[in-house]
Each structure stands twice: as structure tokens, then as C-alpha cells.
Design a protein around this ligand. Structure first.
Ligand code: NOJ
Length: 586
């Protein structure tokens, strides 16, 4: 029987029109069909966190301040990071929360100024070294694989004050020293390292808190970040790999830019340009040809010429640097939450929430021209104007990266998650059915990427373990599987309903075609594709009032243990539908 359904899915997959680097996911019935099966053996299921967002203990021991400590202590801000979720003291509980969720991995970041208070290796904070040693040992004792990020945006404030931050070339060497220290100190137990988390976000959106609307500094920052990444990778490759046998990657974020009309070359080009500015800026030097994407070099130059600037602000890599950059990753971490539909346009775009133009017209990619971003009907709101529910973006982006860059190394989905806005002092809603639907569908898309598209995907990390400090938004934008009580000094954590469902997917390594687990996930699947699951936003954008999440949590359907035969029938019907649609579409 299983073989029968597999055949149907395979046919459906084969029959989809291939769009080269753009996976054709326009057939919504086929796209959204449930797929049963498991992820490869050894697949890593985890959560991801970041030091500033959870640790607290901002000046404990001899820790130096980071640029985020500086920012959050400005008079107009609330220093939520001072205590955060108090993981500096509660790391054992963090680990137990992984155990209780049946997870086998944890992605966390090391705070550079916790180890090197002034950013340099002249002074080392032994308390910080002890803290990370304890955390890593605790993980190891509980059979949980650490995946460690070296830089999740918390630059030592001293490096900002002394050198101006990433805009200064000196940072490349400083980062190499810091990375070397981490490899030396923790590399006997840490086998998965990533250098930078989401360079696009901390360069384009944050810019080290510098005001740089014309991007002269940001292009320079990115240049140094890429050089620092390559340096850290070579350091590991030359001096640590043979003894430690680990791997070093980078985490790049992207919105999946899907062409509005796959058959329209102008839309395809616009979507390619969009992806190159978003993803390719950092990916092309590392997994492409060692250099910035050609289209980016051309468009930055042309757009500056229009402003009578004759020199492009995009720095150039030397030939030697291009060779040095190229191939400097053992795996790619992809953070992806959402998608955009991209079409070509000659009209100037304006930045407004109703336009959903997150990146192109809102100052984040100022030299990108001719691109209109929008979202589809029924993509529901996920707590912020950036994030709209589009689970298939997982398949879209993984396929794009593989095809466009000829990338054949492993992928990890290093962050996938859904936020909700609420006021931290309000009572929590632990019955987060929308988040259950989110993990059910996004994890199922991960399975499809492996089974239908043949992607070498090795891990899935939920963002995030517990409600934490969402940067400038503080605790009012919450992504956790556990609720954190920010009104309580001990930051009590309580599991939400989604924690149980995510744990069950992790325990079963996906969606095996047996057991009650199948029935449970199928029933939820049905529920999640009903309008009530996300009402009223499912039919389009509803302007959030006072920044409060417009969707009220839906009532829970009861979970029954009906016979597996019914669930198989459900899959069968979906499979047949998928196949029919795939066959019949022109
Ligand atoms: C990406 C970032 O890596 C993480 O720090 C942030 O909290 C989430 N996205 C949600 O915005």
C-alpha cells in the first residue's frame, strides 16, 4: 500500500514543470499535500538560540559589554538583555527542556565579549570559558549535539568604540583570534561550528548601529565579514580539522523570492536579482565563484551612476581573495521563515506595510531596482510584517541554492519559527495551535525537500526554545516553544502545546507511515488546512491593531486515536489529488 502512495507522489513530483533554479510550486493542491516518511538517519532536530537573547548575566564575571548591551542601555530603551531568560544561570534547565522535547541537538551562540571582554585576546574571562564548558558538557552528558555559532550579532562594544566595528579591516584578524580560541578551547567536543549568523541582517538591517543610508559603510562591513568568515574557515581547515574532525559553516538568511509568473522571463530575472542581493551577496563569494554576484556589481554601479557617483561603493576582492573565499564552507545553515512573490516592474516602489515590500523598497537593498515584492492570498500573519506563512519557501530556497550555485554539500535549516506579538505581562496563551500548524507544515516541507527534491538536508532547528529577547522588540515578540515569564525574576518557563507536537515530530524523525503518531499528525494537518486555524487572517492581510496579533488562537480539535486505516485513506486521497493535478495541469 505504501508503495502505491509513494508511486503517486513520485509521479506528481516528476510531472511538476521544472523551472530550472525556480522550483515550480504553483500548483497549490500538489504543493500543500501531506507527505509521510522519515528524515535520514542521524537527522538533527533542535532549537536555536542566541547569547544576547537568552543569557542575561550581561556584566557577570568579567564579561565586557556588547553593542547590544550598549543599545539596550540607551535611555529610551529597556535593558531586557541584562537578565534575558537567565540562561547564564539556568543552562541546565535549557538542556533539560531539550531532553523533554526529544531533541538531539542545540544551536546556541557564544558571546564574544563574554570570552574576550574588550574583543581582543589580551584578557580572557575565565568565568565565560567555564560557562560554555559547563553548557557543552551538560549537552554531551544528555546526548545532545551542540551546533555553535561564533557570532550572533553581539560585537564587543570596545571594538566598535576603538575601530568603528565591522567597517574596519582590523576586525578580520580579531575575529580569527576569537575563532581560534573557541576551536582550541571547545573543539574537542563541538563538531559543528558556524561563523556568522545572518550577515545580511546585521549588516543591511542593523549596520552596527551606524547611520548609513547610502550603504557605503554597509558594503564595506559585509566585505570584512566575508573575509573574516573565510579566515576562520581556513584556520579550522589548516590547524584543527585533522585533530578535531568537525565542520565549519555559515548561516545565511533569505526570504524565498518566487517569480510571480514562472514563464515570464522578466519576473524570473527580477526574482533572480532579488535573491542575489539577499542571499547571493554573502553566498556567492563562499559557494559561488569567490566574488560578489555579477548582477549585484552591475546594479550597484548603475544605480550609483544615476546619482552621479562614479565610484561603486561595493568593494572589490583581489583575485587571490576570490580563490581564498571560494568553497569556505563545509555546510550551509539556512534561516528561513517566509517568502515573497516577485515581479518585474518599472514603477518606483514605496515602503509601506500594505505593500509587503520588506527588503526592496524599505532601504534594505537600495541598489536593487525593478523588483516588486508581494505576498499571496491566504498567507497568514506571523507576528511581524516581515513574516508571512509560506512553508514551501523551504523547498524553494534549498532548490534555488543547489541549482544556482551548483551547491552539493549538506544543508541545515538553522532557524525556522513563528512569532506572536503580545505584551509580556499579559497571561500567556499556551494553547498555540497556530504554532503547531506551523511546525507540522514547515517540517513536512523539509521532508519533501529531501524525498521529492533530493536535497541533502541534515537538520532542522526551531526558533526558538523559549520566548526570549527579540532584539529591539524585547519580549513582546515571542517565538518560543516554551513561554518565559518575564515578570518573574526567575524567568519561569512553561511548555506551550507546540512543544509537544514538535517533540513528537522529532521523536519519530518526521512523519512515519505507522503508529498513532500518523493519525495525530494527519488530524492536525486537516485542521491546519481549515480556515479556522488562522482566521481571520487566512484570507488576506488584516492590519494589526496596536501591534497586537490579529489572530485569536483557534480552539483545539480533539485528538483521537482513530484507526490508522483512516489516516492512510486521507493520504491516499491527497496523493491521488496531487497526481491528478500534476498530470492535468498544462
Ligand atoms: C533571525 C535571528 O537569527 C534571530 O536572532 C531572531 O530572533 C529571529 N530571526 C526572529 O526574528
Amino acid at each position: 500500500m505504501t508503495a502505491f502512495y509513494w508511486t503517486i507522489f513520485l509521479l506528481a513530483a516528476l510531472c511538476r514543470k521544472t523551472g530550472g533554479q525556480f522550483l515550480d510550486l504553483k500548483n497549490i493542491t500538489a504543493r500543500d499535500a501531506f507527505l509521510s516518511g522519515t528524515l535520514p538517519d542521524g537527522f538533527l532536530w533542535g532549537t536555536a538560540t542566541a547569547a544576547f537573547q537568552i543569557e542575561g548575566g550581561w556584566d557577570s564575571g568579567e564579561k565586557g559589554p556588547s553593542i547590544w548591551d550598549w543599545y539596550s542601555h540607551l535611555p529610551q530603551n529597556v535593558p531586557w538583555g541584562d537578565v534575558a531568560t537567565d540562561s547564564y544561570h539556568k543552562y541546565k534547565e535549557d538542556v533539560q527542556m531539550h531532553v523533554n522535547t526529544s531533541l538531539n541537538s542545540y544551536r546556541f551562540s557564544i558571546s564574544w565579549p563574554r570570552l574576550f571582554p574588550d574583543g581582543t585576546n589580551t584578557t580572557i574571562n575565565q568565568y565565560g570559558v567555564d560557562y560554555y564548558n559547563n553548557l557543552i558538557n551538560e549537552l554531551q552528558n544528555n546526548g545532545i549535539e551542540p551546533l555553535v555559532t561564533l557570532y550572533h550579532w553581539d560585537l564587543p562594544q570596545k571594538l566598535k568604540e576603538r575601530y568603528g566595528g565591522w567597517v574596519n579591516d582590523t576586525l578580520v584578524e580579531m575575529f580569527e583570534n576569537y575563532a581560534r580560541f573557541c576551536f582550541t578551547t571547545f573543539g574537542d567536543r563541538v563538531k559543528y561550528w558556524t561563523t556568522f549568523n545572518e550577515p545580511w541582517s546585521f549588516v543591511a538591517a542593523l549596520g552596527d548601529f551606524n547611520n548609513d543610508p547610502d550603504y557605503t559603510m554597509k558594503y564595506k562591513m559585509a566585505h570584512n565579514v566575508i573575509r573574516a568568515h573565510a579566515r576562520a574557515w581556513h584556520t579550522y581547515d589548516d590547524d584543527f580539522r585533522s585533530a578535531q574532525n568537525g565542520s565549519v559553516g555559515i548561516v545565511i538568511s533569505s526570504i524565498w523570492g518566487e517569480p510571480a509568473d514562472l514563464h515570464n522571463p522578466a519576473d524570473r530575472q527580477a526574482a533572480t536579482n532579488y535573491m542575489e542581493f539577499f542571499f547571493g551577496w554573502f553566498a556567492n563569494p563562499i559557494i559561488g565563484n569567490g566574488d560578489y554576484p555579477d548582477v549585484m556589481k552591475r546594479m550597484v554601479r548603475e544605480s550609483r551612476l544615476k546619482q552621479n557617483q562614479t565610484v561603486s561603493p561595493l568593494p572589490e576582492f583581489t583575485e587571490e581573495e576570490k580563490v581564498y573565499n571560494n568553497g569556505t564552507t563545509d555546510f550551509l545553515g539556512i534561516n528561513t521563515y517566509t517568502a515573497r512573490i516577485i515581479s518585474a516592474t518599472n514603477e518606483t516602489q514605496t515602503c509601506h506595510p500594505d505593500n509587503h515590500n520588506f527588503a526592496s523598497a524599505c532601504g534594505y537593498m537600495p541598489d536593487l531596482m525593478g523588483v516588486k515584492e508581494t505576498i499571496g492570498p491566504g498567507w497568514f500573519y506571523m507576528g511581524s510584517n516581515i513574516f508571512w506563512f509560506a512553508p514551501w519557501n523551504i523547498r524553494g530556497i534549498l532548490h534555488f541554492v543547489r541549482e544556482r550555485y551548483g551547491y552539493t554539500k549538506p544543508f541545515y535549516l538553522s532557524e525556522v519559527g513563528i512569532g506572536e506579538t503580545y505584551k509580556y505581562h499579559s497571561p500567556p496563551n499556551l494553547n498555540d495551535t497556530w504554532r503547531m500548524c506551523f511546525y507540522l507544515t514547515y517540517a513536512n516541507e523539509a521532508l519533501k525537500a529531501v524525498k521529492l527534491d533530493g536535497v541533502d538536508l541534515r537538520g532542522f532547528y526551531a526558533w526558538t526554545l523559549m520566548d526570549n529577547v527579540e532584539w529591539g522588540s524585547g519580549p513582546d515578540l515571542a517565538f518560543g516553544l516554551y513561554h518565559t515569564n518575564f515578570t518573574h525574576p526567575s524567568r519561569k518557563r512553561t511548555p506551550k502545546r507546540s512543544q509537544g507536537l514538535y517533540g513528537s515530530i522529532a521523536r519519530e524523525n518526521g512523519f512515519p507511515d505507522n503508529a498513532n503518531h500518523v493519525w495525530m499528525t494527519r488530524q492536525w494537518w486537516e485542521w491546519c488546512h481549515m480556515d479556522e486555524a488562522y482566521a481571520p487572517t487566512r484570507h488576506g492581510y488584516v492590519e494589526p491593531t496596536n501591534n497586537v496579533r490579529p489572530t485569536q488562537p483557534a480552539p483545539c480539535p480533539s485528538v483521537s486515536t482513530a484507526p490508522a486505516a483512516q489516516s492512510l485513506m486521507f493520504t491516499g486521497i491527497l496523493g491521488i489529488l496531487a497526481a491528478l493535478v500534476a498530470f492535468c495541469s498544462p
